[in-house]
Every structure is written in structure tokens, then in C-alpha cells.
Design a protein around this ligand. Sequence first.
Ligand code: ARG
Length: 462
Amino acid sequence: MTEKQTWSQRFESALHPAIARFNASISFDIELIEYDITGSQAHAKMLAHTGIISHTEGEALFNGLEQVRQEYRQGQFQPGVDAEDVHFAVEKRLTEIVGDVGKKLHTARSRNDQVGTDTRLYLRDQIQQIRQQLRDFQTVLVDIAEKNVETLIPGYTHLQRAQPVSLAHHLLAYFQMAQRDWERLEDVCKRVNISPLGCGALAGTTFPIDRHYTANLLHFDNVYANSLDGVSDRDFAIEFLCAASIIMVHLSRLSEEVILWASEEFRFVTLKDSCATGSSIMPQKKNPDVPELVRGKTGRVFGHLQAMLVIMKGLPLAYNKDLQEDKEGIFDSVNTVKACLEAMTILLQEGLEFRHQRLATAVTEDFANATDVADYLAARGVPFREAYNIVGKVVKTSIAAGKLLKDLQLEEWQQIHPAFAADIYEAITPRQVVAARNSYGGTGFVQVRQALLNARTQLIVK
Ligand code: ARG
């Protein structure tokens, strides 16, 4: 027998060392240690408050737990695999510090409600940090957008030049995605912030505990109404992983655009040295590693979501050890999303330079103003579908003649349709093409300026 004495007298021999390692979660659930201590302190207070233990005992437990926290912070407490998991590790160290009273901590509680409590406290904290990072990301987007209301950039559908847009409008699209992410996390938090503490192993407890008391101490909004559900629910984790995956979708799409924009084919942005890397063999290269890594890391977060769904789908009530598998995916998703948000915010802030000259040329070298010619005719009484067909023909003959629409003579326009007048030239300049899309939510400058004001107002809400 090892000296480990976790289990009751029912067990005669110790775990096989390989099985002990297989079973242990301490290598990763140590991440929860401070939440575990905080949760246990609330539990100790409740035990004293309800008279299940004495006030002196409650205080001894509370202070002993605080000492475990300090020892951990100072690096003096580093539990190993023999502790199995963080919950046992803390309880064991506590008992070494405070003596036999430490053995009272686990009265009226199970590791099942304990681990659920810890994970929720952890996630609640992390969600607030991610939401703050989303705010920083949004702020940088708005900062850049404000300087680029009148910067035009080709807009695409099917990755084919479609209609030019204001660069600010383009960036604000990502602002809106991040805004939904920020709101979504707030909503997820409503389900994260429910206390399972006091659900016991699965059925509640014989002791006169006060679940609302611990929930209040730990700033939970509510308590689980059903103990079986409380110890085995991981919906909140699935929801978080889903929200995290959607954040990654958004960051990955922006990454893909930056990668395209930085290519020789687009040349819309220059990557600054602080955020780009070189090649070990090709001296001319400057690579967009940051957005590529963000795009690549998206896969693991999606994977964790899928894993969590699969872990849950066949589980009978209530707790099953399978649930120990929830943690690494949650931790890795949290760390990945935080790292990616930080990197993308820095990339936008100081790693990218839009090439204004190139953008200005790009919006004049194509037929992205063709819709505006059709709209011009439609506004003068030609049914839109008819106008659309007329302009389609014009584009065809212009391409054949190696001309752009702006190169056509007024006589040529008027041969096409008598409704054309000299103001057609102004109507098809990129600036006018953008300015004219003044419908609500469109790229027209008036709309974009209003959208910027709205964005600033949204950012005030923390
Ligand atoms: N390490 C376990 C986990 O992460 C704690 C709960 C263990 N409960 C049990 N009945 N074995 O899920």
C-alpha cells in the first residue's frame, strides 16, 4: 500500500500505479485550485452558519484553506499525481495544516457538486475576461474605421469584385460580429452562474445545509433545482464552447481576409515587421503567420465543442467519470480564444498598414459600378430587369473593346439608351457609387458615420 488513504476501509490494496496515473486529473485540474479553495471556504462558512460544525471549526477550515492558497501562490504547494485531483489535493494539504478538523470539510458535500462548482466559477471568471478582450478588439476596429470612412475598398461576393465599399463599413462588419459574441457570452453566463453546490453526490444530503447561503457567498444567481441535474449537467460548457467556436469563426474569417489582402495578388495591406515573419530559405518572404495561426487554431476549439457533445450524449444520470474529460477542452478553448483575441487586436493595432494608393486604384479598375448604371436607368423609369440586361451588354462590349464604363463617350451612352445624360460620369465614380448606398445599414458615408457613432455608444456598455 502507498501511504495514500483516500478511499474507505472497503479497499484493501492501492491502485496500480499506471491506473493511478490514468485516473488522475491533477495535471490539468490544478487550474481550478483557487476556485476550489474559494468554493470550499464558502462551504465551510455554511457548515458553521447552519450549526453542522462549530464556528471555531468553520474558522479553522476557512483560514487553513487561505493558507493553502498562499502556499500555492508562492509555489510551495505543488501537488503530484498521488493526490489524484485538485479537490483531494487541497483537502489533504488542509488537513496537514489544521489537523483533524480538516476532515470535517467534506461533510455534506461530494466531489461531484464540488467540481461542478469549481468549473462554473472558473468559467464565469474567464468569460468576463474574454468579454473584456472582445471590447478591446472592437475598440481597435472602431479606431481604424473612424480614420477610413472615405477609404474605399473593393467589396466582394463569390470572391469576385462586386461593389466598392467604405473600408470603415467593412471593418464595422467585424465589430458587429464581435458585438454578438460579447452579448452571447453574457447570455451563456446566465446558465454558467448557477450553483450545484449542495447537490451532494447525486441525491442531496441528510444534513441541514443552506444552498442559497453558499450560492450568495459565491455570487451565483441561482441554485440548481434538481440535484441529479446539478451534478451531471454540462450544458453550460457546451454553450460556452459553442460561443467560443463562433468567436473563432469570426476571427478566422478576418484572418483569411488579412492573408488575402497581404498577398501580392491583392496588395491591400502591408504587414509590419512587428507582426510578420520571414522564411528560412526565401529571403524575399514576409509571412502572415499571425492570421494563419488564428485560422489554424480555430480547428481545435471546434474539436473541443464536438468532443463535449460526444462525451455527454450517452451518459446516464448522474455523475460519471467521463465528465472529468470536460476540463482540458474547456481550458484549452479559453486559452486559445484569449490568445487569438490578443494577437488579432495587436495585429490590427500595429501590424497592418492599409495601402491607400493601391486601394484607390483597385476600386477604379473594374466593373463594380455596373449596378449603378442599371440603377441610373431604373431611376429614370426603365424597369430594372430591362436596365440590367442593357448594362450586361454594355459590359460585354466594353470588355471586348478593352474599356471601362468610365471610358465610354456620351454619344455611346446615348446610343445605348437615350435616358443617359452627362451626369452618368459622376454617378459611376467609386466615391459616388459608395455614397449613394445610403439605405439603412448600407455603405453610404452618412450611414457609416452613423454606424460609427452607434458603435462608440455600444462600447460604453462594459
Ligand atoms: N476529478 C473528478 C472530475 O474532474 C472530480 C469528481 C470525481 N467524482 C467521482 N465520483 N469520482 O470529474
